[in-house]
Design a protein around this ligand. Structure first.
Ligand SMILES: Cc1cc2nc3c(=O)[nH]c(=O)nc-3n(C[C@H](O)[C@H](O)[C@H](O)COP(=O)(O)OP(=O)(O)OC[C@H]3O[C@@H](n4cnc5c(N)ncnc54)[C@H](O)[C@@H]3O)c2cc1C
Length: 336
């Protein structure tokens, strides 16, 4: 059982001088965790010249931030993170260390948790209370089942699934500075990588940034039938501010949308205010990425499609007739 004298640490994620959205999702996750265990929250940020970002986090969240200033660490390096955090945590023996279930978080957390003889639960999507025990939910079997995992160690590493916990606030949403900023403390640490070093950063063809930040996502599935009909989905998305177009894997495999627009277990996990699924059957691998949306509208000509089980509004229609009709109606509304 977790001791009550520990801390909930968040390892801030940043890249190219910018705080990544996952950091603010981790703050929201940690706030939920705090309600269960009443431990204080503290953010750690590692790197060279990261004090500016630390100040930003402390102002937005009101949380204390510790800077581990490492000369020469201009870009992420897992070896350095593991080494520095092992030193930092040498007297830490109960509490939580939260990182993103991202390429960075899943790179350093497992090795670090082994060094600290701690449990590491990855892909965390929910905090659950089972018979008074604190457990964490993660999806398994390609999103078909949810496993509840109970940590048995005093220190627990958690990799939190991006897109599941709504960020409290972040610079990319509307910044709402906390009334009293947290304290920023600085520790200088020396560590240079010996086994691997950063060469360069290249933009990924699967950049899911737009999807993760959208309030409204209109997604196209196999039912869109023809590449030409993708335009309908873009037209519909155009009626909403802060919107993005997503799709199922089939549509991305066909090249009708970019892989950065794929929603699902091998794409983005999203939690927009509104998700409109157009011609999407609702395979478990797709639902795993979007079932956290606040309101789901499914347009499908098959009333028995699995997506209908989680949709708030089910439109049993052919998308090629329904979407143009909806667009016309929205156009009439906006011209009044
Ligand atoms: C390891 C693994 C990982 C995967 N990862 C992902 C992932 O990340 N994301 C993902 O999406 N999939 C993923 N998949 C694929 C997934 O299993 C499904 O094959 C895929 O999601 C189905 O896409 P779809 O719903 O667009 O197509 P379909 O299952 O073919 O469904 C099309 C739907 O459109 C409806 N329809 C057809 N025509 C019309 C019309 N004119 N008007 C209205 N409705 C119509 C049909 O009734 C049907 O319900 C993965 C699979 C595996 C094995």
């Amino acid at each position: 059982m977790i001791g009550m004298d520990g801390t909930i640490y968040i390892i801030a994620e940043h890249c190219g001088g910018k705080i990544r959205q996952i950091t603010f999702e981790l703050l929201s996750f940690a706030a939920q965790l705090q309600k269960k265990c009443s431990l204080p929250i503290e953010v750690l940020i590692l790197g060279e010249n990261v004090s500016g970002m630390a100040k930003e986090i402390s102002e937005i969240s009101g949380t204390n931030v510790t800077v581990l200033e490492i000369a020469g660490l201009t870009d992420y390096n897992g070896e350095v993170y593991r080494s520095v955090l092992t030193q930092f945590f040498k007297n830490f023996n109960s509490g939580f260390v939260c990182a993103g279930h991202t390429s960075q978080g899943t790179d350093f957390a497992p090795g670090l948790s082994i060094r600290m003889n701690a449990a590491n639960i990855t892909g965390v999507r929910e905090i659950v209370d089972i018979e008074g025990e604190l457990c964490f939910a993660r999806s398994v079997y390609g999103g078909k089942r949810i496993a509840h995992v109970r940590p048995l160690t005093e220190t627990v590493f958690l990799n939190v699934q991006p897109g599941v916990f709504k960020p409290l606030s972040s610079p990319s949403s509307s910044p709402s500075p906390s009334s009293s900023p947290g304290e920023v403390r600085l520790h200088e640490m020396k560590c240079l990588p010996e086994k691997s070093r950063f060469i360069k950063r290249k933009a990924s063809i699967a950049d899911t940034g737009a999807l993760c930040e959208a309030d409204v996502i209109v997604s196209a599935g196999n039912g869109i039938e023809d590449e030409e009909n993708i335009g309908l989905v873009y037209d519909l998305a155009g009626f909403f501010s802060k919107s993005a177009v997503g799709g199922s894997r089939i549509v991305c495999d066909r090249g009708w949308l970019a892989y950065g627009q794929q929603v699902g277990i091998t794409g983005a996990t999203v939690s927009p205010k509104l998700y409109i699924a157009c011609g999407i059957s609702g395979a478990a691998q797709h639902l795993a990425g979007m079932s956290g949306a606040e309101f789901i509208v499914a347009v499908n000509k098959d009333s028995r499609a699995a997506v209908m089980n989680i949709a708030d509004v089910c439109v049993i229609e052919d998308i090629t007739t329904f979407i143009p009709l909806l667009i016309d109606t929205l156009n009439q509304g906006s011209s009044k």
